[in-house]
Design a protein around this ligand. Structure first.
Ligand code: F0G
Length: 452
């Protein structure tokens, strides 16, 4: 990063530690310890702070706002603009940023009508530099990698994490190794990782196999792991809800709806909302509604069960929304905590529901990749079951860009979207198909076509 002048003197890393989330453990480790899980009990780790209130909440909000007119590289980032809420970096001149975040919130009247609600807004994380919310987390994850002196980073991915990590690693001059399930990553995403110069390793297995392998490798060789088990990733993803609250003028909506895969976002949103409430930046906590695809819904099953102490992994997760084709989500305990903090709920939706919801989001002129469309499909279900009131104030998060997975969209609109579970093929009959038409290069014929 160049040309940076520190504007605020209110940040201090002094109180930042890594802390085990298990209530009976709570072991702490220094933030410069390269550790992904608790050394004492194996639990997940938080970046934990003792926030010192140098500013009142109102002053802090004004400072965030004032930075919007600054050309400082940190202020141009929708993550680092909120740096007082993620104070783990000692030397802010070393931040690796692509001006991530800064994503808009759109009103979506057609989607609202489809779901049966009075109004609905989408925060479009697909408008990030690499086209997904992962950039929010990679700016913090790669910054931490740089602070630790890492020269090589790695992740398992269904495509977006790898695209984002590849870009940020390239910016930081690091080597990037991405482990993806062979043949299961959408082309838009795969092409990004290749273009940004990552070493792409296609594993003959699914995402969960790739995740297990890369975790083991990171313990054995010099690779810094950048999946969402890395708590520094989640610090950046917290900024999605911080920015959202600012856009809502710090009036929390009733619901925040998001897709659930590896459950990093759910975990990050929960932590961010909890901290904002503690710091009195918001005076109530919105409820989270996490939506999974029916064929990859271990978290839904966990929450629906009476015993919430063990997540039963789905051995062969299946959904055409490849981003969330995950059977063994790594952050489920943090996600469960997020539901407790936010009085949250989980829903699951079918392939047909995802496909149609995606086309409806498109009809609002917005567009997204399949995993993101679980949100609208989920809201529709939750409204019909009465869990969400039709007059509720809802912000749903679209996690990835439409152009990430063009094959899915073309297949939907040409009536050739097919879903394969355990060797059984099923056609997805789209209700909002929009086929292209072929006409002779003849003006009169074209006029006839337009009039028909
Ligand atoms: N939406 C999109 C577009 C994603 O890429 C992902 C996750 C999710 C939703 C789920 O988010 O894991 O935080 O619950 N993609 C990861 C990847 C797994 O490798 O790109 P989550």
């Amino acid at each position: 990063m160049t040309g940076f002048i520190e504007l605020s003197s209110s940040i201090s890393t002094a109180g930042a530690t890594l802390r085990c989330i298990e209530p009976e453990c709570l072991a702490e480790f220094p933030i410069d310890d390269k550790v992904y899980g608790c050394r004492r009990c194996g639990g997940l780790l938080d970046v934990s702070y003792k926030f010192s209130a140098r500013h009142s909440a109102a002053e802090q909000k004004s400072e965030f706002l004032a930075r919007k007119s600054s050309q400082n590289a940190l202020d141009l980032s929708g993550v680092w603009r909120f740096r007082e809420l993620l104070p783990f970096v000692d030397d802010l001149s070393k931040v690796v940023t692509l001006a991530e975040g800064n994503t808009p919130i759109y009103r979506a009247p057609r989607s609202a009508e489809y779901a049966g609600v009075d109004q609905l807004r989408f925060k479009h994380q697909g408008l990030n530099p690499t086209g997904s919310f992962k950039d929010n987390g990679m700016t913090t994850g790669v910054t931490q990698a740089a602070a630790l002196g890492a020269t090589a980073v790695a992740c398992a991915s269904t495509g977006n994490t790898s695209a984002s990590m590849a870009a940020y690693a390239a910016r930081a001059g690091m080597r990037a190794f991405v482990f993806i399930p062979a043949g299961e990553v959408a082309y838009g995403k795969l092409s990004q990782s290749l273009e940004y110069g990552a070493k792409v390793v296609e594993i003959e297995g699914n995402f969960d196999d790739a995740m297990r392998l890369v975790r083991e490798l990171a313990d054995e060789i010099d690779l810094y792991l950048l999946n969402s088990i890395n708590p520094f990733r989640l610090e950046g993803q917290k900024a999605i809800v911080i920015e959202m609250m600012e856009q809502c003028e710090w009036q929390a909506p009733d619901w925040i709806v998001l897709p659930g895969g590896n459950l990093g976002n759910t975990s990050a949103f929960g932590k961010g909302l909890h901290e904002m409430a503690e710091l009195k930046l918001i005076d109530r906590i919105p409820r989270l509604a996490v939506i999974q695809a029916e064929g990859a819904a271990p978290f839904y099953e966990l929450v629906a069960s009476s015993k919430k102490s063990t997540l039963h992994a789905v051995a062969r997760p299946s959904t055409l929304a490849t981003a969330i084709r995950i059977g063994n989500p790594i952050s489920w305990k943090k996600a469960l905590r997020a539901l407790e903090w936010t009085n949250g709920i989980v829903e699951r939706v079918t392939e047909e529901e995802i496909a149609d919801a995606k086309a409806v989001i498109g009809s609002d002129g917005i567009g997204c990749e399949p995993a993101s469309a679980t949100t609208l499909a989920g809201i529709k279900r939750l409204v019909s079951s009465g869990a969400i009131d039709s007059s509720a104030d809802i912000v749903a998060v679209l996690t990835g860009n439409l152009l990430k997975d063009p094959t899915y969209t073309i297949d939907y609109h040409t009536g050739s979207l097919e879903y394969d579970t355990d060797g059984v093929r099923r056609e997805i009959k789209g209700r909002f198909e929009n086929r292209s038409v072929r006409v002779a290069a003849d003006k009169e014929k074209i006029k006839l076509m337009i009039a028909s």
